[in-house]
Design a protein around this ligand. Structure first.
Ligand code: GLP
Length: 263
């Protein structure tokens, strides 16, 4: 696993955006052979989306031949609900770039048939040859997408019930009202993410320090689902210094040294 440690969240956003643009450009995607990108929501990736929008406007990257799959969506929220992940993606990224609406995939939180919705999502990813780069954030309890503690590390897209800690953390987007936060979500599984050719997890702020400690230094375990990344052949964590607070000092020093000249 690579761990890229940057001074602050803006530097994380810039590094991540440049990496995404580099990967897309290097792939030289076409309509027939699109670059497949897995995308997260949450506050952490906002800076990266802003940087990617700037790069698009500057002509440094195009999303015309990029296909996206979002990690998750709340059950029960319509796409036009301001807290739905559909709305988030539209407002914070898609409407500012040249991506084709048909090339964006987000699970339908209003579906009547969860099993079919989830199976179709997985099928579509496979049909396109798999995800080239899956980007994620991480919850305070170490969850990636909505794979809460004790999610199977072999899980695939399915319904998950959110933990109290996640509902509490996410209530800030619902005016602090816990009762307004949906209790369930559709989410890709850990195995779905691990099937991607490359996985990049972003983490900023001291409230993610414990999750990073378990993810980087702990054992691979369903307790901290981010730890599954240790088994991925191309896993990258991009984090700021605050998020490394709980790491052993040798761990941070090792990654700062080994990555100092790398992109
Ligand atoms: C939610 C999302 C996750 C995200 C996490 C952290 O639970 N389902 O995909 O990584 O929140 O969010 P934030 O980046 O706002 O801390």
């Amino acid at each position: 696993m690579r761990v890229i440690i940057k001074d602050d969240k803006q530097a994380v956003a810039e590094w991540a955006a440049q990496y995404v643009a580099y990967k897309i450009n290097q792939f030289k995607p076409t309509a027939k052979r699109p670059f497949v990108l897995g995308l997260p929501t949450g506050s952490t990736p906002l800076g990266m989306y802003n940087e990617l929008i700037k790069m698009f406007r500057a002509g440094k990257v195009s999303f015309a031949n990029v296909v996206t799959f979002n990690m998750d969506e709340y059950i029960g929220l319509a796409p036009n609900h301001p807290q739905s992940y559909h709305y988030f993606m539209q407002e914070n990224f898609f409407k500012h770039i040249d991506i084709k609406p048909n090339n964006t995939h987000i699970l339908d939180g209003l579906t009547k048939n969860y099993a079919k919705e989830c199976a179709d999502f997985e099928f579509e990813m496979r049909r396109l040859g798999g995800v080239n780069l899956f980007i994620g954030g991480v919850g305070e309890d170490g969850h990636i997408a909505f794979n809460e503690p004790f999610s199977s590390l072999r899980s695939r897209t399915r319904v998950k019930t959110l933990t109290e800690s996640t509902i509490k953390a996410n209530s800030r987007f619902f005016g602090g009202d816990l009762k307004k936060v949906p209790t369930q979500a559709l989410t890709v599984g850990i195995q779905t993410i691990m099937d991607a050719q490359e996985v990049m997890i972003l983490a900023t702020g001291a409230n993610k320090a414990t999750a990073l400690k378990h993810g980087i230094e702990g054992a691979v375990s369903h307790v901290w689902t981010i730890s599954a990344l240790q088994e991925h052949p191309h896993g990258i964590i991009v984090c700021d210094k605050d998020a490394t607070q709980a790491l052993e000092s040798q761990t941070a020093a090792y990654f700062l040294e080994v990555e100092k000249n790398n992109f």
